[in-house]
Design a protein around this ligand. Structure first.
Ligand SMILES: Nc1ncnc2c1ncn2[C@@H]1O[C@H](COP(=O)(O)OP(=O)(O)O)[C@@H](O)[C@H]1O
Ligand SMILES: [Mg+2]
Length: 204
């Protein structure tokens, strides 16, 4: 049920180190933020396959793509379906109870922006996140476009800053992995500059 580890993945050592440090300090609650195409989902997919994380959470690692949810009830239904819960009008409590009654787990809510961006939905989404993080042994990672963290969650300190574009070296490696062949490095640099070092957005 988990997405695969990204096959093309360069750089992000600093972010991985920071995230894994938060895992070693207790139950992490991390928001991976940044502009679209910056690599938030890829980073989350890399984290979920790290040996340290597998060792801590084993089969209780969950990755839920949230793009299709348009409100809290749909979000809870997505998580519930992922957990194999029986469908119902509002699975919020069933989801929370499931995590409470299970051993420690890690939940990744990927691409949460769709449901969080409409300001009128924010209170209910924040309430849902708050209920989830009331479960002491549930680690939570969200990935979301932008630079703002949802309220009502005690995000782990120090906060992970919003992702910046890949450094030059990682961006060159990404380009060569995607484009293949041999290329004039100065030409590659020009292309990368056009995409703020995030050439991978064309690989979607
Ligand atoms: N660290 C990385 N190394 C190589 N390619 C990357 C990296 N991060 C992201 N990409 C590529 O960039 C594109 C966008 O990444 P994605 O993780 O979906 O971004 P986001 O979730 O921030 O919108 C994808 O094609 C992905 O493979
Ligand atoms: Mg994403």
């Amino acid at each position: 049920m988990l997405p695969s580890e990204p096959k093309i993945f360069h750089g992000r050592e600093t972010e991985l180190t920071k995230i894994l440090a938060l895992f070693s300090q207790g139950t992490p609650r991390i928001a991976i933020l940044g502009a679209g195409g910056m690599g938030k989902t890829s980073l989350a997919r890399a984290v979920i396959h790290r040996t340290e994380v597998i060792h801590l959470y084993g089969q209780y690692r969950h990755f839920v793509a949230c793009d299709s949810a348009t409100n809290k009830v749909e979000l809870a239904a997505l998580v519930g379906a992922h957990l194999g819960l029986k469908p119902g009008p509002d699975l919020t409590w069933a989801v929370v109870n499931h995590f409470s009654n299970n051993p420690r787990g890690l939940l990744i809510l990927d691409n949460l922006e769709t449901v969080w961006e409409p300001t009128e939905l924010r209170p209910e989404i924040e309430e849902f996140l708050s209920l989830l993080t009331d479960v002491d042994h549930l680690a939570l990672i969200i990935t979301m476009r932008g630079a703002e963290r949802p309220l009502k969650v005690c995000w782990s300190h120090p906060f992970l800053p919003p992702l910046e574009p890949l450094d030059q070296d990682a961006a060159q490696k990404m380009f060569l992995d995607i484009a293949g062949g041999t290329h004039d490095p100065t030409e590659v640099e020009k292309i990368l500059a056009l995409t703020d070092n995030m050439y991978g957005i064309f690989d979607e």
